[in-house]
Design a protein around this ligand. Sequence first.
Ligand code: ATP
Ligand code: MG
Length: 392
Amino acid sequence: MEKNLYIVRCGEVALKGMNKPYFERILLERVRKALECYDDAEARWIDGLMFVRVPDTYSEDDVIASCVRVFGVASVSPAVEAPKDINEIGRIAAEFMQKVIDKEGIKTFKVKGKRADKSFAIESPEIARQVGGMVLKACKVLSVDVHRPDCVLTVDVRREAAYIFRDKVKGFGGLPLGTNGKGLILMSGGIDSPVAAFMMAKRGMSIECVHYHSYPYTSPRAQKKVEELVKVLAGYMGTIRMHVINLLPIQEQIVKNCPEDETTLLVRRFMMRIAEQIAIKNGDMMLITGEDLGQVASQTAEALVVTDSVVDMPVMRPLIAMDKVDIMDKAREIGTYDISIQPYEDCCTVFLPKHPVTKPKRERIEKSESALDIDALVEAAVASEEIIEIRP
Ligand code: ATP
Ligand code: MG
């Protein structure tokens, strides 16, 4: 059985100082986990690069897709190993290129030489020239284009061997999952919150979710949609726990006892309070939302201040300064957009005021809330939670 080689590069992990071995170890664990679906796959670090070997019976595209989903991976290239002999390098490079030609019908290429091992007698530009010559001779359909080649072939002569690899497939970068604490995201079925969860996880934060519904005003299908979204995220992060809570008893109390134009904001304050209790119970260090400055009435600067003031825990809003179009692009990139735009109701839209306050005053909101038994409502909501584990 032959194995294909892939070179995996880490982004920021490489910049870490004293903690680098820790980050490298976790990244290796994460890549190995992502490769569990391929029998006999291996991954290990050699001098700052990760070498992945997977039996050639598995599709190259699948293996690359598995690697680039791992946070902390900057790029991946299919590669091949050669002995440190220029003629052998040339021969193996030509074989490697022939496969690329067969698969993708490329016509032009260029070779880059690199020589990490300075004891290798031939210098980088000369490595490129000689290998380029041998590839041209063996692959008659190819010509050299140094400006816009269809394929860039890099020859990297290192301590233990020479490696030949082609163009990099970009990963998401970031830091390995689990290296930066644990957070609780308030997850709706919309476009924003899945992107917010992704962005925090990409920086190494483990994620769990809380979702509020207003059954029977919101349908079980609306909740299924949220589960589908979380499943997409689980494809990057592994199994995700989702706490599900019916907010309807609280919403009914608010509608009955408080001013109509404050409904959304009052509901949001309860969402934060309940989330904080769940986070404390589960060892989550911070709350995360998909809020975006000025996007809707409940996300004006004043509204965010009033929402935040009910919790002590830090609230992360990774999308705060992004434009909606950019958030939508990100959602498409990570694969949540098409699910998010399915038209199902959300608990926020159930008792939507006609003219929501956009510049709420904290004192006035607190006064409105004094008609409610806040602690009892929060406690009952937390006690009613249902927990679902969502697998990739
Ligand atoms: P999204 O696209 O994430 O739904 P949005 O622009 O629709 O966001 P809102 O509905 O005001 O904005 O919600 C703002 C944030 O509040 C969401 O990003 C999410 O973090 C949280 N949120 C909203 N609805 C829910 C819900 N049903 N369950 C849990 N969190 C929610
Ligand atoms: Mg929403």
